[in-house]
Design a protein around this ligand. Structure first.
Ligand SMILES: NC(=O)c1ccc[n+]([C@@H]2O[C@H](COP(=O)([O-])OP(=O)(O)OC[C@H]3O[C@@H](n4cnc5c(N)ncnc54)[C@H](OP(=O)(O)O)[C@@H]3O)[C@@H](O)[C@H]2O)c1
Length: 270
């Protein structure tokens, strides 16, 4: 089998998000001996993974660096890290709202730089990761990143980096919106008289089963919805409420717009 893993993986920060990515990579066969994590706390990460609190003297050629700290720390991190990065270093950044041009300015001598926006289910291999590489990136660099991201779930290359706030609104923030929907479905069940704990279990299992079913179906979710709603039946009556004046669609469009606009404000320093 091909070795899909980078020769060395150096993680700068390993909190909620980078930690989920690393958990999945290790579960899929990444040798922990190839991984070094830099985190100020020095807290252990996983068996066999080296954790350091200071930068090494050098990075081996063929190292992929995952920038997984907070975006505001980029300047400080780059001061220490950029001198270690040469042509043989690939940078993968998950820093929200940090354009490739800023990363290139901070790491002028590094090899390929790829921007990624993962979401939390990557830890289960069921995440979504949006990717964007510099125009000059080689096919080989993109292929290597594809191989690294594949175990995390769906990978989507975004043609226009200007759309990162849009994809972040949909898939980056999406898990929270879905958690809210599951909770609302449960509370609605409670509102019409079901015991709260039972409604919560049923709402979660309904969303889980339906999402799996939609993922395996050859028809779109829109078609599936109509197929289970026979005219005059209960499901159709319920759908008529969701569909009236496109109210669910408008609610979700407003939700994504608000998240996107906040991303744009933050990029302006707001
Ligand atoms: N959370 C999400 O859903 C999500 C989604 C997409 C992208 N992101 C991006 O992921 C990045 C991390 O977010 P998070 O939620 O994972 O944050 P987090 O849980 O707070 O993790 C931050 C990590 O950075 C480390 N760190 C702190 N100061 C550092 C420094 N000076 N140098 C190097 N590392 C340092 C921390 O070390 P210790 O472990 O020692 O404290 C920690 O491991 C952000 O850039 C965010 O935009 C997050």
């Amino acid at each position: 089998m091909n070795d899909i893993w980078p020769k060395k993986l150096f993680l700068v920060g390993c909190g909620n998000m980078a930690g989920q990515m690393l958990t999945r990579w290790l579960a899929c066969g990444l040798d922990p001996a190839r991984v070094t994590v830099l985190r100020p706390s020095g807290r252990a990460v996983a068996d066999g993974v080296q954790v350091v609190t200071a930068y090494p003297a050098s990075l081996a050629p063929g190292t992929t660096v995952l920038l997984g700290m907070k975006p505001y720390q980029l300047g400080d991190v780059a001061t220490a890290l950029a001198p270690l990065c040469g042509e043989g270093t690939t940078l993968l950044s998950i820093l929200a709202g940090t354009p490739l041009a800023d990363l290139r300015r901070q790491f002028p001598k590094a090899g390929p730089i790829v921007r990624a926006m993962p979401n939390l289910p990557v830890g289960l291999g069921q995440g979504v990761t949006a990717l964007h590489a510099e125009a000059a990136s080689s096919e080989a660099a993109r292929t290597a990143i594809d191989a690294l991201i594949a175990p995390l779930g769906l990978a989507e290359w975004i043609a226009d980096e200007g759309q990162f706030n849009e994809v972040t609104a949909l898939s980056g923030c999406g898990p929270a919106f879905l958690f809210r929907f599951i909770d609302a479905l449960a509370r609605a069940g409670e509102a019409i008289g079901l015991p709260a704990d039972q409604a919560a279990r049923m709402a979660l299992a309904t969303v889980h089963g339906s999402a799996n079913m939609a993922a395996q179906a050859s028809d779109s979710p829109a078609v599936l919805a109509d197929r289970v709603a026979s005219p005059g039946g209960m499901t159709r009556e319920g759908l008529n409420i969701l569909d009236a004046d496109d109210r669910l669609l408008k609610l979700l469009t407003d939700t994504l717009c608000a998240a996107r606009d906040r991303g744009e404000e933050m990029a302006q320093g707001g």
